[in-house]
Structure formats: structure tokens, C-alpha cells
Design a protein around this ligand. Sequence first.
Ligand SMILES: [Zn+2]
Length: 551
Amino acid sequence: MTADLLLTNANVLTMDPARPRARSVAIASGRILAVGAGPDGPSGVQAREVADLRGATLLPGFHDAHNHMASYGLSLGEADLRSEVTPTLGDLYRAVAARAGATAPGDWVIGSGYDQNKLGAHPDRDGLDRAAPGRRVWLRHTSGHMCVVSSAVLADLGLADEPADVPGGKVVTDATGRPTGLLQEKAQALVAGLVLPYPVSVLADAIDRAGARYLSEGITSVTEAGIGGGWIGHTPVELAAYQAARDTGRLRVRVELMIASDALHPLAAHPGDGLELGLDLGIRTGFGDDWLRIGAMKIFTDGSLVGRTAAMHEDYQGTPGDRGYLQADAAELTATIIAAHRSGWQVAAHAIGDRAIDLVLDSYAQAQQRFPREDPRHRIEHFAVSRPDQVGRAARLGVIAVPQGRFATELGDGMLAAVGPGRHEWLYRQRSLLDAGLTLPGSSDRPVVTGAPLLGVHDMVNRRTAAGVPFNPAEAISAHEALRAYTSGSAYASHAESSRGMIAPGRLADLVVLSEDPTAVSPASIADITVLATFVDGECRFDISGSGQLT
Ligand SMILES: [Zn+2]
């Protein structure tokens, strides 16, 4: 056997239960050819090129199972309002003023990443008007579930002095009934109506920028958690941006695209086909190839936990009577989920609060009862506040829960405050999901929080908030389990476990080389490990020296 490339002298964590550890890997035609127990290579394999990894750790490339790639790429060109960068409201307004000064007078001033839990309050229209007089300013909350706009934007929307009712959302007002600039959930679509659609070329540039960052963090594939509609979509032709990036050699990582539920529509198929709901031509989950493929239908059932809009059975702590809300009528959400299931879609339902999770579990159970389907692998994105009985029910239904490890550090304090001590043990489970037999993927929800997988793994193991408070520590998992989540777990959630997520013969040669073994260092130092190189399709697409030399 002749390999294109032989990686020798490596500490290989294969994620293959049949053979967890190895010392060398041979690659041919973009796939794993053979795995060797010895450091010099699998026996009987010749190679055109050999790279000595000098004891570095080799893993399957990381797959972020829930991220927002174009939004992240766009955010790299906007004002950065994360609390590390603008810790106070004063700093935030100064950053808005600076951004306004750096853009043409008629252009929008856009920023993202603020968190009122860290700032003490939401920014408001008056502050924005002082920072950038007369300008259209649009600041997105770190959760993505709300935003704040300036008076100029409110005027464009006819909301300068008058509030408005928006089903599934809120135009927040002060005590006198004057809008403050804060728009929650579906009210954000009003702003979107002014700025959308983005041009395909702008989105392709954003996809390129995001992909370059991903490779430097060891990410070789991602699931983009909703395109083409709703308040998260950028244009109804969003898939064209990914194709444009691919056509021009700028799709740097493999991408699975979830489709926003409102991009799906009734299909005029033969009634016997059962294809009620979908995209034109009957395109659905699974269409595409190893580089670009259609994933699940993404449906929002509720909002955000730190924003206190997620649908709960009991009140948020400290705000009696406030239990959040569903994003649409419960019967309507269930009907959409069942129709998508019947029409062959994998469904990925965003559900944060225990009330929303009940609604989704009920919908999946009904869907499967009425229209049984082999292995649909429906997902619940976030699965943030779950009772013990909901874990068991998700396991019985074969549902994949998709929590985000990094939320512990960056959003954990706000989440603990929102639910109160009585529900701390329900927050962002991992251990009890694995113990119940669920498959756990790894994901970030970037740009909601920092997306580097090693930070995610660090938090999945350490579970501490920014204030240093333990974040439901009983749900911590081992470094090996967290790495398995970011590799084989994520592959499974994408129906891709036969091609990805494991270093074994025949699998795609998507690999990451790390300076140290996350399972061997002290848990507190996992975040300090360096990504040395990243391979996609058997080719080195990132190396830390920038020289094209691996070591
Ligand atoms: Zn998301």
C-alpha cells in the first residue's frame, strides 16, 4: 500500500472504541488508509511524504455541531461589544462612537456581543443617540435573541414614540410607554426588514473569514444552525453564498446547513408521497456531499435564558409572573415539526426552557407515532433547563440534545441568576445525558460565545462561571468524553458517523494536531493547549508556523 502522507511518532487519540490509541496514521486520496500501533507507521505501508509529529497529539478534526458561520464572519467586521472588550456601558458607548467615526455617515453602525448581565443594564436609544448622533445604530445581544437600536432606526420603523405589538416578540418600553430601543425575539425581524437581504458576495467573504479562523482552532467541519429565513437568516438565497465560497476555493471547512423553518413551504407533491413541507424540488436533509450538505430543519420554539425569554413552567428568579414565552402558538409549532418529520426532514428544535422542551418532546413523540420513520435523529438545540424525567424521555425517543459547553464561563452567571438555586441542577446537562445513553455532540453557538473547541472542551470538564462559581458541577464530564463529543458525537448528530469523527481506515482524513494531550494535562490547563496543525481532506490547511511545514 502506498500512502500520500504518513504521520509518524504521534500520540493518536482515534475516538474509535475498537482501537482507542495508536502512534501513526497513513493517508491516501483524502482518507485514512491505515492506523499504526508503532511510531514509524502501519506495517506494509510506503509513503510519498512523511511528517514526524514528534510526540504531538493527533485527533479527528473538531466538528462544531451548532454555530452561525456567516454571522460570525460578519461580526469579525463589526464593533466587538463582548464584556472582555467593553466591560462597562461607558466603554460600550465609546466603542459605538468609534465605530461611527470609522464608517461613512449614511452607513449603519453595527455591533454585537453585549450582555446586560455584565453591563448592569441594556444600552438604550438615548445613549446610542449621544454616542452616534443621528446615525442608524444596531447592537445585537450576545444571545442573538434581542437587540438595541437608535432613535433613527426606531423612526424608520414608525416606533419612535409609539410602541407596537409583535407576536412572538416585544418592543420594550419605559414606564411612560416610550420604546427604549430594545427589541426582543421576533421584534428583531423589524430591523432585519431594513437591512436584509445581504448580498451573496458579502456573505461569501464572511464565510471565508470565519473558515480561516475555524482552521486555526482545529475545526474541520461545522453545522450552521439556520439559514434562509427567520431572524437568523441573511438572505433567502443564503445557500448561494456557500456555493459561491466553494466555487472560489473559500469554503475552508465542511459545512452542513440547517434550513430555517420559515424557508420551508407546502409542496404540491403527489399526496401518496407524504411530502407536505419542504424546499422546491423536494430537496431535504441529506442532500449534498461531504463538503456542503443540507442538514436539519431549524425551528425556534422559545428564546434565551440570560435574556429571560425562554419558556419555563415556573417563574424566573426575582421576576414574579415572568415565565418567558413560546415563539409561536404551541399547536402551530407541533404541526410544523410533524409535517417536517413526515416529509423526511431531520428536525432541530431550539428549546431552552423546560416548557419548550416538553412541547418539543411531545411533538417528536406524536410525529413518530403517526408517521414512523427509521432513525430520524431529531435534535433539541441547547436543552438548557431540563427536568430529570425529560432526560429519560429524550433517551427513549432517540433525541439528540445539543448543549454548549462554553456557555458555563461566558453566560453561566446570568443563567444561575435566571433560574435560581432550585433549578441549578437542571442547567446544561452533560453527564446525565451520557448516563441515560444519549449521544452528546460538541458545539459553541458561535458568535454567541467564543467558539474555539478547546475552550468548549475546557468548560465541559471544568464547569465554572466567569465569577468562578461552579456551574452545575455534577454534570461535568471527562476530557476524553468532551473530545468524543466534538468529534464522533457531532458526526453522529449529522448522520455522518460512517465518514467522520474517528481515525479509522476509510474515514475522511480530517485531523487536528495539538501541542499536548487534553486527557493527560491538568483539567485547569486544557484551554492553554495550542492547535499546531489542521488537515482537511488529507491536506494541511493550517499550521502554526505558517511555513507549510508541520513541525
Ligand atoms: Zn444558535
